[in-house]
Unconditional design. Structure first.
Length: 542
């Protein structure tokens, strides 16, 4: 049976810290804070934890010194501390009256905090359990001199980095790196729960996107946890969606379509009847997305297309892969690689004319913001990223993806990228970088026609990076299309990709990445780079 030490190791891992000095913080174990006289004195005043002790009682009769599992102090926030108490079993997370500090994690951490808050602003974190997927966490903000702590709903059953705890108590947006595997796990969990509620397959991704849009409304993000009825929560949710999308360039009909999905869900008796405090309630979905997905989308370095991954998981576990619609999730490692090949920087303007849920735009935004100042970042988000999407539901995901990441207005066009009015608007933007994963095996346009169309939109000398079936680069099937491209554009490089480059979708299609220079006739006397990448074997042929 795992002991309490497993819980302690889990906490350190989730917080991303080690004992001792960590950059701008220091982590102390078992109250060993002798070099901080004021903190040490308060722990000695608290003494050892008693069996029973009322929360508002400040009298002490215990000898010794308080020894919480961890205390974290900040170099630049000397008046704030984090105190953490652990228990190995979730049965010992919290007593009914929070008055048994020796036996329960919540009771214990509040016992420590009420002494520390005499001189500090205290963030108190109680953790029980030895496995991440089953642990319990409660978080409290106990300000210096205040008689009682404030429990933080956004700190329930999740652990943050020390810096994010500071953001949590100050009301700032949490920023957290989350792995693709974690996003997939949550997507699968939500897929199964939504299926149990009889939410339709079409409505599932819109449901997720709508909640993330609503969480971009600061008032809703601050207040949703305090709403105490399904009706009030649903009303505030749809109102927040309206507020956020009303500031975008999205047409009113499309805003109303998104809100209508929630009206339909609002008439679902199964979800209406679940108490807000329980799993699978509307509040649970909002809280989980707020804690686990929104922080990743707020993180400047994140290039994961979370909404695309959600859509992919929903479709996959509903008996399909989306390929019948030409919809394929472009994986993060491929979008990052192609962005790097394009040479984009903070001054670039980028388009994806088959943008899907926005994976290329997400990666491009992240890379463009590297080393950019605040003014440049604002311009990048508002004026430097453009997309076109034909599929109605996926278009909504793309809009949500960009709005949630703070692009200001979401420059995503709904419709056929070959339409003259869309072409005209895009050409007026002086776009110099194009990134696409075009739909494969379509009846009306082949893959190289999408490539040709992309390059036509770019400025002279602009760079187009595309991922297409290998047959587009070799063989006779697309010979005429290639020759037409060569008359107007230059092929700079071709990289063959491993067969499993995609997340399951189109895994059997061998693809390559092509790099083109727009509006410059291909000169066969000049070298084109060919890179062969297959099963991690790298060969070069010039």
């Amino acid at each position: 049976m795992p002991g309490e030490r497993f819980t302690e190791e889990l906490v350190l891992s989730e917080l991303g810290v080690k004992l001792g000095k960590n950059d701008k913080i220091t982590v102390f174990e078992q109250g060993n804070v002798e070099n901080i006289a004021k903190l040490d004195a308060l722990l000695r005043k608290a003494g050892g934890k008693p069996d029973d002790y009322e929360l508002d009682d400040m009298k002490t009769s215990c000898t010794g010194k308080a020894k919480p599992e961890f205390i974290i102090v900040f170099d630049d926030k000397p008046n704030t501390v984090i105190v953490i108490e652990c228990k190995k079993s979730t049965k010992n997370h919290e007593s009914e009256k929070r008055n048994k500090p020796k036996g329960f994690a919540v009771d214990g951490v509040l016992y420590y905090a009420k002494f520390l808050k005499q001189d500090y602003n205290v963030i108190a974190v109680a953790v029980s359990g030895t496995k991440k997927e089953k642990y319990k966490v409660s978080t409290f903000d106990w300000r210096k001199g205040q008689p009682l702590p404030q429990e933080l709903p956004k700190g329930k059953d999740i652990l943050y980095s020390p810096e994010n705890y500071l953001r949590l108590v100050s009301g700032e947006a949490i920023q957290k790196k989350i792995s693709i595997e974690e996003i997939q796990e949550l997507a699968l969990e939500m897929h199964d729960k939504l299926r149990a509620l009889a939410i339709t397959e079409k409505a599932k991704p819109i449901f997720i996107a709508g909640i993330l849009i609503a969480l971009n409304d600061k008032d809703f993000a601050c207040d949703y946890a305090s709403l105490n009825s399904f009706s009030s929560l649903l009303t505030q949710l749809t109102s927040a969606i309206d507020n956020v999308l009303d500031d975008s360039d999205l047409k009113r009909k499309r805003i109303d379509d998104i809100k209508n999905h929630f009206r339909i869900i609002g008439r679902n008796n199964k979800i209406r009847e679940i108490p807000l405090g329980e799993d699978n309630s509307l509040l649970w979905y909002i809280s989980e997305l707020d804690k686990k997905i929104k922080p990743m989308m707020d993180h400047a370095d994140s290039t994961a297309d979370a909404l695309g991954i959600f859509y992919h998981e929903f479709v996959k576990y509903s008996g399909g892969d989306g390929s019948g619609l030409g919809i394929v999730l472009t994986p993060q490692h491929l979008t990052e690689f192609m962005c790097e090949l394009s040479g984009l920087d903070k001054n670039s303007t980028v388009v994806d004319i088959c943008c899907g849920s926005g994976a290329f735009l997400v990666s491009a935004m992240s890379q463009m913001m590297c080393n950019a100042n605040a003014k440049a970042i604002k311009r990048i988000k508002k004026e430097s990223l453009y997309g076109v999407e034909f599929n109605d539901d996926i278009f909504t995901l793309a809009v949500a993806n960009m709005i949630v990441r703070g692009d200001g207005k979401s420059n995503i066009f709904f419709g056929d990228c070959f339409k003259p009015d869309i072409i005209k608007e895009l050409k007026a933007k002086n776009i110099n970088i194009g990134l696409i994963n075009p739909p494969y095996s379509q009846k009306d346009h082949c893959e190289l026609e999408f490539v040709e169309h992309l390059l036509d939109i770019l400025t002279v000398g602009g760079t187009g990076v595309v991922v297409v079936p290998m047959s587009c680069a070799i063989g006779t099937k697309f010979k005429e299309d290639r020759e037409r491209l060569f008359k107007r554009h230059t092929l700079k490089a071709v990289f063959s990709m491993p067969d499993d480059i995609f997340y399951g979708n189109n895994a059997g299609v061998q693809v390559c990445v092509m790099v083109w220079e727009a509006h410059k006739t291909h000169n066969p006397a000049h070298n084109t780079f060919f890179g062969y990448y297959f099963d991690c074997i790298i060969k070069f042929c010039l």
